[in-house]
Design a protein around this ligand. Structure first.
Ligand SMILES: Nc1ncnc2c1ncn2[C@@H]1O[C@H](COP(=O)(O)OP(=O)(O)O)[C@@H](O)[C@H]1O
Ligand SMILES: [Mg+2]
Length: 340
């Protein structure tokens, strides 16, 4: 990451009145990003965050994405502010020409990152429940709003950002299940039902005093709600490999998130949505090990083989409910001596 903010962005911040017209800018890069430059800036009034999308993502495999996704992120944050204002940071400025936006800074002492909380064993099922409820509210409030679709990423961009790197790339690595993986990807891409965030991961959720705050909406797309739902559940399963001592707590959070989300599904039959999520989830599990953006904490060959042996049979014959996957996952973790 560049240590200094670029001149173009500084010019835009001056124009927006967020920093003084001259003099040096007090800023430092915020850690964690692979897709964007992101800085914490000491503004004239208060600290704020500036985010600018990168043309080439910082992951091992070459992975490029159009920078206009920055505008999709702003549109998602603004749209959700009208539904659940406490669930997003406020936007302070948007400069589509220079390709950046500025938002309120939510300090980590009162807004820790959920991923860090999970890792440290602070695993609160009530919080997971709130994530499920908020996500369902966002989906329900945007159901059938095809009129808003043009504000967000096009299908081709969502495919390039999510479906290709995860499902299609993984299909090339596992030809024996290539067809079902591609069918799952096409199924997601073919459904235009709600406003999808596209990266509902614990690293993009802050644990705020009033509940979850969602960040990093640059994949936002009008599409299939199942993607957000299964994507987030997948992270709770994967955390069992990261900190096995808390596996039972992660499973309880998985249950809480799933139940809360499904209770909020008003736009379609909840059982049908659950069946789609149960079909997609094993594919996402495999994709976080063999896709273009593998999770950093599953590097051990034994763990990789474990995920492969678990996921492939479920991709070949998909289960219909999420509790079956959870129970099978916990049993497999115990049988392999990975978790107590
Ligand atoms: N408004 C904010 N307030 C506080 N921290 C933030 C804010 N925006 C981003 N961050 C921190 O920076 C990290 C990276 O930001 P994110 O939007 O997720 O960028 P990337 O697309 O690069 O992952 C987040 O995980 C979070 O820790
Ligand atoms: Mg992020």
């Amino acid at each position: 990451m560049d240590m200094q903010i670029d001149e173009e962005t500084v010019a835009g911040l001056r124009q927006a009145g967020l920093v003084p017209a001259d003099g040096t800018i007090d800023c430092r890069p915020l850690t964690g990003g692979v897709a964007s430059d992101i800085w914490l800036v000491q503004g004239a009034k208060a600290p704020f965050v500036v985010k600018r999308a990168l043309a080439k993502l910082r992951v091992t495999a070459d992975w490029r994405a159009p920078v206009a996704r920055n505008a999709s992120e702003v549109a998602w944050l603004r749209f959700v502010a009208g539904i659940l204002p406490d669930c997003v940071p406020a936007i302070l400025a948007h400069d589509p020409k220079r390709g950046f936006f500025a938002m309120e800074f939510l300090p980590p002492d009162s807004y820790p990152v959920w991923k860090n909380e999970l890792r440290s064993g602070r695993v609160d099922a009530d919080f997971a429940c709130a994530v499920g409820t908020s996500l369902a509210t966002i989906h329900a409030s945007t159901a059938r709003r095809i009129d808003i679709a043009p504000q967000f990423n096009e299908d081709s961009v969502f495919r390039a950002l999510r479906i290709e790197p995860y499902l299609e790339y993984t299909a090339t690595k596992h030809p024996q299940i290539g067809d079902p993986l591609r069918v799952l990807g096409a199924g997601v891409l073919g459904r235009h039902a709600v406003l999808v965030h596209g990266d509902i991961s614990p690293k993009n959720i802050l644990v705020g005093p009033k509940g979850p705050v969602f960040l990093d909406a640059e994949c936002a797309w009008f599409g299939d709600p199942v993607f957000d739902f299964a994507f987030c559940l997948n992270h709770l399963l994967l955390k069992c490999l990261w900190a096995p001592a808390y596996a039972a707590a992660y499973a309880a959070s998985y249950d809480a998130l799933a139940a809360a989300y499904l209770a909020g599904v008003t736009w379609e039959d909840a059982a049908a949505l659950e069946a789609r999520a149960a079909a997609l989830l094993p594919a996402l599990l495999l994709a976080r090990i063999y896709g273009r953006s593998p999770v950093e904490y599953v590097e051990d060959d034994r763990l990789k083989a474990f995920v492969r042996a678990f996921a492939i049979p479920l991709i070949m014959s998909p289960p219909r409910d999420l509790s079956m996957i959870r129970n099978a996952w916990m049993t497999a973790l115990r049988n392999d001596g990975i978790a107590p």
